[in-house]
Design a protein around this ligand. Structure first.
Ligand code: HEC
Length: 155
């Protein structure tokens, strides 16, 4: 009888805490990694997979996707780059409500453009999308970490 009451109590408090979670302001979704960690472990490697899909040296394409699986992987990395935009926009991580959103949106659009190009197995389109991605990286870095963007070296 006593244990029955206890299990009822446990059940009730479990329901209560579930209700609290679903009514809370998404307290279960919060930044964990630093921006630096996200850049180094996700944004940089997945964007590299897209950049590498269209590289020429002396007029000859180096590497690049060949099989269906190769293209699928380029597409998946482009989609993952778009997904990282959700991480960049998380409350507590986004640096502001203006430029940060615009810069992140630009990267998302370029990443989706790359995913579409990979879907179409179009190397020229991947090259263009890669340029747009690169511009989006640079645009945000110039605005938010100008001191980290290396100045042009004199030769
Ligand atoms: C919305 C803004 C934004 C976009 C878009 C962005 N970055 Fe960053 N990035 C930052 C900020 C801010 C830092 C500095 C993080 C820190 O160290 O606190 C950074 C740092 C970095 C670093 C250095 C990490 C370190 O500190 O060692 C690399 C590498 C990097 N970004 C790569 C990229 C690449 C590649 C892209 C595009 C595919 C990109 N970033 C797009 C904001 C952005």
């Amino acid at each position: 009888m006593a244990s029955h009451t206890l299990s009822q109590l446990v059940g009730a408090s479990l329901l209560l805490s579930l209700a609290t979670v679903s009514c809370s302001n998404r307290a279960d979704v919060a930044p964990i990694a630093t921006l630096e960690q996200i850049m180094e472990t996700t944004i940089e490697p997945v964007s590299d997979r897209v950049f590498e899909a269209a590289v020429w040296e002396n007029g000859v394409q180096i590497g690049g996707p060949k099989t269906d699986d190769d293209w699928k992987l380029v597409q998946a990395n482009a989609m993952m780059l778009a997904e990282t935009c959700n991480l960049l926009l998380m409350p507590g991580r986004a640096k502001d409500d203006g430029g940060w959103r615009i810069r992140t949106q630009a990267m998302k659009e370029a990443a989706l453009e790359a995913a579409k190009a990979a879907d179409a197995r179009n190397t020229d389109a991947i090259l263009n999308a890669g340029t747009h991605i690169y511009q989006a990286c640079l645009g945000c870095h110039l605005q938010y970490i100008p001191q980290m963007v290396a100045p042009p070296t004199k030769r």
